[in-house]
Design a protein around this ligand. Structure first.
Ligand SMILES: NC(=O)c1ccc[n+]([C@@H]2O[C@H](COP(=O)([O-])OP(=O)(O)OC[C@H]3O[C@@H](n4cnc5c(N)ncnc54)[C@H](O)[C@@H]3O)[C@@H](O)[C@H]2O)c1
Ligand SMILES: [Zn+2]
Ligand SMILES: [Zn+2]
Length: 342
């Protein structure tokens, strides 16, 4: 079995690894595809280094088939097509006790705190499994994890049919938030600075504008008769995005912060007072968001195949990370973990 090993210092090595036989309550999966995510890029850049045991295998957006079952695993069999909800909560802390195990105080994120899916064979707890519906390809299924992020974000926003949403940042997560919001009956406007991503959003029928060229506040006011947006999603992780987000909502409008910031951004709290705004954070997903994501994807309501701009072999992961660094002409890059490595 081949694996992509991150050795620190911006270095990845593809090498032979030993498949881990599943212990009690675990399954071993033969990985088909694994998407590369912004988090993997952060790890590659040295973020969260204290959480990694080097060499580390990254990756958490995947599909595969069950190859072996550990003792006590029921409801699954070898050959089942699955994706993984990569969260391993402690089950004991106040967050878990309150029913918020997805943001457990001691949460282990599989693929950061434990080895990830950029390898031919991956062993994980069986409680993380979700079955891939028939009709969903292995390639599309690798996008279910980020779709679940988007489902969680839209659910946390309380978006109602006919409401105006603005999505700031049209990367893989932002564009999925826009697509899920639209599938839920929202009207969507996206703000994005990358020309390739702007164009892709427009090809998918999303109204999208570049805040460097267009006055987004004026545009939202025009779309809403001067009221402002019902919901704003901040998915850019930029200071400019955090600044724009408070200027867009209507009175008692909602802001959902999805992005993770390299440094704490400046936020205009006056706007919260002035318009009685509400602010919510949204982090990863709960099991029901994964189920919703699988349902939406299987119903063909999301053009997932159009978001896959590249499929590369394991041997090209480092090159793919460097392409993502440029913020250039790519959206979701998948790694074919079962095929040739070069
Ligand atoms: N809440 C969660 O659980 C969760 C899960 C996954 C990712 N994230 C975070 O969500 C964010 C988005 O993830 P992604 O993978 O799509 O990242 P990404 O970096 O690919 O996307 C961010 C996009 O924002 C655009 N952007 C930058 N400045 C902008 C500006 N001023 N106005 C408009 N657009 C601007 C960029 O061009 C880029 O396309 C990241 O911060 C990521 O860390 C959060
Ligand atoms: Zn991810
Ligand atoms: Zn816990």
């Amino acid at each position: 079995m081949q694996a992509a090993y991150f050795e620190g210092n911006r270095t990845l090595r593809v090498g032979e690894g030993a498949a881990v036989e599943p212990g009690p309550g675990q399954v071993r999966i033969e990985v088909a595809f694994c998407g590369i995510c912004g988090t993997d890029l952060h790890l590659y850049h040295g973020a969260m280094a204290q959480r990694l045991t080097l060499p580390h295998v990254m990756g958490h957006e995947m599909t595969g088939r069950i190859a072996a079952l550990g003792a006590g695993v029921t409801g699954w069999k070898a050959g089942d097509r699955v994706t993984v909800r990569p969260l391993d909560p402690c089950g004991m802390c106040p967050a878990c006790a309150a029913g918020h195990s997805h943001i457990c105080h001691n949460l282990k994120f599989i693929g950061i705190d434990t080895p990830g899916a950029l390898q031919g064979s991956w062993t994980v707890p069986a409680h993380t499994l979700h079955r891939l519906p028939e009709g969903l390809t292995m390639r599309e299924g690798a996008l279910v994890e980020p779709v679940a992020v988007a489902c969680h974000d839209v659910r946390m926003s309380g978006l109602a049919r006919g409401e105006q949403a603005v999505v700031i940042g049209g990367g893989p997560i932002g564009i999925l938030v826009a697509l899920v919001a639209r599938a839920r009956g929202g009207r969507v406007l996206m703000a994005e600075v990358n020309p390739f991503r702007l164009q892709l959003a427009r090809e998918l029928g999303i109204e999208a504008a570049n805040p460097l060229e267009t006055d987004i506040v004026a545009l939202v006011n025009e779309r809403t008769g001067g009221a402002g947006a019902d919901v704003v999603f901040e998915v850019s992780g930029s200071g400019a995005g955090a600044d724009l987000m408070t200027k867009l909502p209507r009175t008692r409008g909602r802001i959902v912060v999805v992005a993770i910031y390299g440094e704490a951004p400046k936020v205009d709290l006056f706007r919260f007072f002035w318009r009685e705004l509400k602010l919510a954070g949204a982090r990863v997903y709960e099991a029901e968001d994964f189920e919703q994501a699988l349902e939406l994807a299987a119903a063909g309501e999301l053009p997932l195949e159009k978001l896959i701009t590249d499929v590369v072999p394991l041997g090209r992961v480092e090159e793919a990370l460097q392409r993502m660094e440029g913020g250039g002409a790519c959206m979701k890059i998948l790694v074919d973990c079962a095929g040739e490595i070069q």
